[in-house]
Design a protein around this ligand. Structure first.
Ligand code: FCA
Length: 325
């Protein structure tokens, strides 16, 4: 009797372990723009998390709503336990939440917080993003300092805001920069909005070109947008019109390869700096959070906002090292 019970106990103990060993937990990581270096970096750190914690990461690019829904179904078919998502449109929030619940998948958003039909953040989807407004202010302050160093008069400089206002974090970021510039005395009349159709370099380039054409009276410019690609598009558009490094200054947000490529060019371009944010935290921590939520029932905090630091050619190597990048 005693022996039998012991055998039974051993068998019970062994079963879950055997199942676990045979099939590692799968966690999805869905991003809207897989070709963008920032998202490549997030994936890289999420892979690191998967290796460290012993789960399998399933990476899927979701450039539109249709691909996004197909990806969620695909994860369910693969028996994934949950996923991290940066959706192609934050207004798809309700659809994401419904699909996740239907398939019993844990879901957490990264970078872009999902909203409901009324534009309100969906409270039961945990989120990790950047503190957009604060980081935007850092962009503005960085521009002000360099304008001062160059002896530019605030009222003679055009301010190009590459805008993507349908994405709340993009609006927060760029308005933070605008507010910092306004607070320092930049005239409101000098601020030019350049709405971009998508959040990539080409769209920013097109938007900036139109804005430069319409505002030829400004001989000097500062520019920014929601990310490095937006700032870079403005820089390239300026170069095309003869507004070069001595007449233009741009600061991006990100600090991934898009920015590093500019910094390693032998001659400085108008891409003066970027606010470095952490793809390591966003990739690694969100993947671990969903894994632990699915396997241990430990729900992630509702909202985590990460900070940034101004990075230029001068401090890039040191700063990236400090952040473990
Ligand atoms: C958004 C942007 C990305 C990146 C990320 C942190 O998703 O589109 O470029 O800045 O936030």
């Amino acid at each position: 009797m005693k022996m039998q019970r012991r055998a039974l106990t051993l068998a019970l103990l062994a079963t879950p372990f055997a199942l676990h060993a045979a099939e590692p937990v799968k966690i999805g990581f869905l991003v809207k723009q897989a070709e963008e270096p920032w998202f490549q970096d997030e994936w890289r750190f999420a892979e690191q998390a998967a290796k460290d914690k012993g789960f399998t990461l399933v990476k899927i690019g979701i450039p539109n709503g249709e691909k996004m829904m197909a990806a969620i179904d695909n994860l369910a078919a693969q028996k994934a336990a949950g996923f991290v998502i940066c959706a192609p449109d934050v207004k798809l929030g309700v659809a994401v939440n419904r699909a996740a619940k239907r398939h019993n998948l844990k879901v957490m958003s990264v970078d872009d917080q999902l909203v409901d039909g009324a534009g309100k953040p969906i409270a039961d989807i945990p989120h990790m993003g950047i503190s957009g407004y604060e980081i935007g202010k850092q962009v503005g302050v960085g521009l002000l300092e360099e304008m001062k160093a160059r002896g530019w008069k605030l009222d003679e400089v055009g301010v190009l805001r590459v805008a993507f206002d349908q994405l709340p974090t993009a609006k927060d970021r760029t308005m933070g920069a605008v507010d910092a510039l306004k607070a320092a005395g930049v005239p409101v009349a000098n601020i030019v909005d350049a709405p971009q159709a998508k959040t990539d370099t080409e769209s920013a380039f097109n938007a900036a070109n139109i804005a430069f054409t319409k505002n030829a009276k400004f001989k000097r410019w500062v520019a920014f947008g929601l990310n490095d690609e937006a700032a870079l598009g403005a820089v390239r558009a300026g170069e095309g019109r003869g507004i070069k490094q001595d007449a233009m200054l741009a600061i991006g947000i990100g600090g991934s390869q898009t920015a590093l490529n500019e910094f390693t060019k032998p001659t400085p371009t108008a891409f003066y700096g970027t606010v470095l944010i952490s793809p390591k935290r966003h990739g690694y921590e969100t993947a671990v959070a969903v894994f632990e939520w699915a396997t241990q029932g430990k729900a992630p905090p509702p909202v985590t906002l990460t900070s940034g630091t101004l990075m230029t050619r001068k401090n890039q190597a040191e700063l990236r090292k400090q952040m473990g990048l």
